[in-house]
Design a protein around this ligand. Structure first.
Ligand code: ADP
Ligand code: F6P
Length: 320
């Protein structure tokens, strides 16, 4: 393959820029032409496509967001949208496209593949909800951002002797809540994959207070099926302990990527280029331990992430 495109799609994630840089520089190193597709699938349908050179990606390895911008594009999901996207890819002579995004973006790439455009998926989402890879690009940064915020939240929670419910992102996946909750020493962690027990959370809050503890942090993933204000109200009513809420929302998606995410993005972005160079069709790249892995894209989409049971147990042991 000699001419490829690269796009970022879905929720942006810190490290997407490092991945774009790796794709562009990797393609040039392999004597391929590389085109940036702006605004994800929306831009592909509209032909927002331009050739990138080695200096187009200068000074971006440390930046959050994505220089190619991103979008959620319901139109692309329609047969008409997919047809327009394929037409534009053909017009620009793109033989393959590196799709950097989450499971939704990977599903979109399958539609392109069926229309004859070769794609390689690079997992970029803070949610870490793709089970075939240990980590997705952006997850580590989001966890570190939440851990840092929890330091501030703990200070003010202690000062007022109260409790705080912190709601973090992760549509259907509790990994940010679990990893950050463990790292920050949260008293309770609620994730969508495991049923929660209100009585147990209340008992822990009351027991802590009796021992002279001045705070309780309850970490909740957004996918848990009780609205955060309702949960806080319920806890306060049952325990008599004032319970606040904090929802950091998009703050978790921005910020400079950690070294881990920059490395992951650089390795996976370059591997995606090698696969297109060698005309490999319909795959996604990921990591298992130290190894880069290549997975059939449909299998990658179907491999739902499972929470680490050992971490769930550890969180419960350490928060007695
Ligand atoms: P993420 O990639 O972060 O999971 P989304 O789920 O929003 O984010 O997906 C990004 C985009 O991928 C969507 O806006 C849409 O254009 C495309 N997409 C998502 N799901 C599908 C699908 N089932 N078929 C085709 N395209 C899809
Ligand atoms: O990027 C994934 C995600 O962060 C989810 O955790 C969350 O549900 C979603 O994005 C919200 O983002 P948006 O408002 O862009 O749809």
């Amino acid at each position: 393959m000699k001419r490829i495109g690269v796009l970022t799609s879905g929720g942006d994630a810190p490290g997407m820029n490092a991945a774009v840089r790796a794709v562009v520089r990797g393609a040039i190193f392999n004597e391929m032409q590389v085109y940036g597709i702006f605004d994800g699938y929306e831009g592909l349908m509209n032909g927002e496509i331009e050739e990138l050179g080695r200096s187009s990606v200068s000074d971006i390895i440390h930046r959050g967001g994505t220089i190619l911008r991103s979008s959620r594009s319901p139109k692309f999901k329609t047969p008409e949208g997919t047809r327009r996207a394929i037409e534009q890819a053909e017009k620009f002579g793109l033989e393959g496209i590196v799709v950097i995004g989450g499971d939704g973006s990977f599903r979109g790439s399958v539609n392109l593949l069926r229309g004859g455009i070769v794609t390689v998926g690079v997992p970029g989402t803070i949610d870490n909800d793709l089970g075939y890879t240990d980590e997705t690009i952006g997850f580590d940064t989001a966890v570190n951002t939440v851990v840092s915020l929890l330091g501030n939240i703990r200070d003010t929670t202690i000062a007022h002797g109260c409790a705080t419910v912190v709601e973090v992102m992760g549509r259907n996946c509790g990994d940010i809540a679990l990893r950050a909750g463990l790292a920050a020493g949260a008293e309770s962690i609620l994730i969508p994959e495991v049923p929660y027990d209100i009585d147990a959370i209340c008992d822990k809050m009351i027991a802590g207070k009796k021992r002279g503890k001045h705070h309780s942090i309850i970490m909740k993933a957004e996918g848990v099926d009780i609205p955060t204000p309702e949960l806080a109200h319920l806890l306060e009513e049952r325990t008599g302990i004032k319970t606040r809420t904090v929802i950091p929302a998009y703050i978790q998606r921005g910020g400079s990527p950690t070294a881990f995410d920059r490395l992951l993005a650089s390795r996976l972005g370059y591997k995606a280029v090698e696969l297109l160079r060698d005309d490999v069709r319909g795959v996604a790249v990921g990591v298992r331990g130290e190894e880069i892995i290549v997975k059939d894209i449909e299998e990658a989409i179907d491999s739902k992430n499972k929470p680490d049971l050992k971490n769930i147990e550890l969180a419960s042991i350490l928060s007695i």
